[in-house]
Design a protein around this ligand. Sequence first.
Ligand code: NAD
Length: 460
Amino acid sequence: MNVVEEDVLGELTTAFRSRRTRSVEWRKAQLQAILKLLDENEEEIFEALKQDLGKHPVESYRDEVGVVRKSATNALRCVEKWMAPQKAPIPLVLFPARGAVVSEPLGVVLIFVSWNFPISLALDPVIGAISAGNTIVLKPSELAPKCSSVLANTIPRYLDPEAIKVVEGGHDVSEQLLQLKWDKIFFTGSPRVGRLIMSAAAKHLTPVTLELGGKCPTILDTLSNFSDLQVAVKRIVGGKWGPCNGQACIGIDYVLVETKFAPVLIELLEKSIKTFYGENLKTLANLARIVNKHHFDRVHNLLKDPKVAASVVYGGSVDEENMAIEPTILLNPPLDADIMNEEIFGPLLPIITLKNIEESIQFINSRPKPLAIYAFTKNDSLKEKILQETSSGSLTFNDAMIQFLCDTLPFGGVGQSGYGRYHGKFSFDTFSHEKAVLHRSFLVELESRYPPWNDFKMEF
Ligand code: NAD
């Protein structure tokens, strides 16, 4: 598609200037249309996710359709309240006056999507952009082509086609889009491409939200109660392999644990992996697929490093023909190996042992700020220490991944893991400009604010 020749931006600007996207009726109608789109195309979406990523329909519902349904329902319920001007207190010196923060849509926004959750990471930001009254170009990932095509075929049939457009394509299309002047760019993807997005946006002073990735650590404290430990291990397995087979931005990257606790952890992880996913690489069930050859080779290369391969304590087998890698646990791979310095984004789980669990804070702080930190502990002073002494997009105690489902919590990174946030009201704010509005009265005039200056005015 030649984005410039087809004047996608021009059409969306015309729709925005018509002002219809500002009405609460338009916003609610689009949100309802998203729910209808999901209802009437659920099977097609499941099939596309199966073909692109091998996701089971239950996983597809949990991580994609269900997530979007929840967000759209919440936005429908709250959008009118979000749109209402917020009264602001005014300093006494300005009285009589009243102040308000009025949210207005930014204009025409561009949304880039990554391939790992190609439906929810597309429609979730779209819900925010609609709620805030913008017109939208959605650019799905070319690496999930079936999902990209489902979005391109359904969105124009359900949503306002003059105000919300899907532009499919690869790098050439992305680059064309980035030459245009948008009112906002919302990007989900890698830090590498995030840098390109930010520098392209700088040309037009376009604001950006960057939802990036990184290595998300998990701290596992010694849990003396066996049933707590079993729950923790299930949640670690679910948070590592559960969402898209480790290909998740907030998925667990590695686990930090005290040396004496590692053997029991490994034993329980093995049991849980076998229960959830089976044992035979050829018949692994309930695991999504590695997305393509490039990513298979990337993850495989992390594992091929001889010192890393020597650290495998469970799994490690690879089926090149089917681009499959067994859920794999590694104990203390070298800290200077790529596996401990690049985002793994695949089914490998390093366990790093420490003498004392409190050392985990120093370990995390000596690396880029993560998108998420998980900590399993019942020790309140350790919790407080982690909270006070580390920085991350989110911090979750005693679970993994599920913070994504809380619309009342902002979702986003810090430092290298991203810039900006969304979900719930935070999405509305991300796609709005908060305009400061001050109403003054003609009554009461303070002459001391005007020249000519004199000593009395100085004292005042
Ligand atoms: P990516 O950066 O390769 O691609 C993301 C998007 O950018 C796609 O739409 C792609 O078409 C576009 N793109 C790719 N190259 C481009 C270029 N040269 N110029 C312009 N646009 C370009 O990322 P990915 O491989 O799709 O996703 C994996 C990364 O995304 C991981 O780092 C992961 O942690 C991160 N991620 C973050 C979140 C989050 O919410 N923070 C969610 C999912 C994935």
